[in-house]
Structures are given as structure tokens and as C-alpha cells.
Design a protein around this ligand. Structure first.
Ligand code: SAM
Length: 233
């Protein structure tokens, strides 16, 4: 998969060189290219923002550098990518979105700053490919970099070959609407806390039953919104 990122803070993405995604890049599974939006400005001060039409607080990212940056990426790749613009006012990013996007061949992340990007950039991007405005959650970050990083990691680990054991992806939280069961490793007893007996029993059926019950209980306790509505309620 090819991933382009447009940002005014390229250094945020240095961490993509470490851990599993770093390995995936080394192995050619993930081709990440980070672009500095300021390289697409045409003035001496490399200006990327201006005051909002209609007044109001804060600054808005100017459309011209965005247009040039997106044009350059599309000209280089010669395809119609999916553009993802992180935005608190976007659709909610979820595990199923990550799964869907992990099948794309080319994603372009556009990281907003200030009060966001001039709205016309999204309309222009829609002439070059698909456009998704994606929110990580109902809170506001300072910029799209951390949100893009989170999405790149969630999507990237679903690309076949990135996570060594594909089995480990199947039973995770959010894969089938339930949170994951609790995990334990050695030693069986630690500082007065014991591993549940059933996990030491070696009985696969009982372990599976216990884990499923734990998933349902956890989900009911922590994230009841994930469970189907009770028709009796
Ligand atoms: N004025 C915008 C609003 O109220 O919708 C918020 C702008 S925010 C300070 C600057 C940038 O951070 C946004 O353009 C977006 O790229 C990113 N951002 C902030 N919160 C986010 C979230 N919950 N999910 C995804 N991106 C977010």
C-alpha cells in the first residue's frame, strides 16, 4: 500500500520508522511518503494560513498550497487515491473503517492545523479521488498529525504480512462488536494476584467459554453502547 501524508510538521511521522510499521516499510509492504505542505507555497514566508471569511477566531489553511501538493502526489502516483482528512467534524473512524481502508492501494492523509482547511480543498480532492473526512472521536486535537498516525497504524497492521501472526488480529476488541477478554502470562501468582484457575486447566472448551463470557461482561460494563439494544427495554 502507498501512503502519502501532507503536513506542516513532517517530524511527527518519524516514529513510522520504528516497530511493526517500520518493519513493514522495510519489507516493502507499506510505502510511506511524507510531504511538507510549506514546500508547495509560493511566497517568501511559506504561508499556509489566512484569516477566515465572515470573521471569527483563528486562522484557516489556504487552499492553494493544498491544491499544488495534491496535484503533485496524484501526478506522481498516476492513480485515483482515497484522500483522508482527519476532522473532528468527520465520520467516526472505527475498526471496520480500518478494515475497509486496509484494502486500498493508495491513501493520502491531509493533516489540518489551526481551525482546519478551506472547505474547497475537499471538493477539489473529490475530483482526484475518493474523499473521507474522519474523526478519531468526540474531542478536539491541535492538528491532524496524531489522528493520521493513529489511522495509519490501525490500517497498516491489517495489511497482510504486517502482523506476524494473523490469528492475533481475529479475536481483538472491536473485530466482532465485543471487547477482548483479559490476558495473562507467567507467573501464575504475582504479588498476591492469581491467574484465573480455568486458564491453567488446559481445557480448551472451558477456556473458550470463559473468555466469551468475559468479553460479554466487559462490553456490558465498559461499552454498553456496543451491544445490540435490548428489545425488552
Ligand atoms: N475548528 C475545527 C472544528 O471545530 O471542527 C477544529 C480544528 S482542530 C484545532 C485542527 C485540526 O486537528 C483539524 O483540522 C483536524 O485535522 C485535527 N483534529 C482535531 N480533532 C480531531 C479529531 N477528533 N479527529 C480527527 N482529527 C482531528
Amino acid at each position: 500500500m502507498r501512503v502519502d501524508v501532507v503536513t506542516i510538521f513532517p517530524a511527527f511521522f518519524d516514529v513510522l520508522e520504528v516497530s511493526l510499521l517500520g518493519k513493514a516499510r522495510g519489507a516493502g509492504l507499506l510505502d510511506v511518503r511524507v510531504h511538507d505542505l510549506r514546500d508547495y507555497t509560493t511566497d517568501r514566508h511559506r504561508t499556509v494560513d489566512d484569516t477566515p471569511y465572515g470573521g471569527g477566531a483563528g486562522m484557516v489553511m489556504k487552499p492553494e498550497p493544498w491544491g499544488l501538493a495534491l496535484d503533485a502526489i496524484v501526478a506522481d502516483a498516476g492513480d485515483r487515491p482515497t484522500f483522508i482528512f482527519p476532522a473532528p467534524a468527520g465520520e467516526r473512524f472505527s475498526q471496520s473503517t480500518a478494515r475497509e481502508l486496509s484494502e486500498a492501494s493508495h491513501l493520502v492523509f491531509g493533516c489540518g492545523r489551526y481551525e482546519g482547511i478551506d472547505e474547497r480543498v475537499f471538493a477539489y480532492a473529490a475530483t482526484l479521488g475518493d474523499v473521507r473526512l474522519m474523526s478519531l472521536g468526540d474531542y478536539v486535537l491541535n492538528g491532524g498529525e496524531v489522528a493520521s498516525m493513529a489511522m495509519i497504524e490501525a490500517i497498516g497492521r491489517l495489511i497482510p504480512g504486517v502482523v506476524g501472526n494473523p490469528e492475533s488480529l481475529v479475536e481483538e476488541s472491536h473485530e466482532d462488536g465485543l471487547l477482548e477478554y483479559p490476558s495473562y502470562t507467567k507467573p501464575a501468582s504475582w504479588r498476591g494476584h492469581e491467574v484465573p484457575d480455568v486458564l491453567l486447566s488446559g481445557h480448551h472448551g472451558r477456556v473458550a467459554e470463559w473468555r466469551h463470557a468475559q468479553r460479554v461482561e466487559r462490553t456490558r460494563e465498559r461499552r454498553p453502547d456496543l451491544l445490540p439494544a435490548d428489545p425488552e427495554a
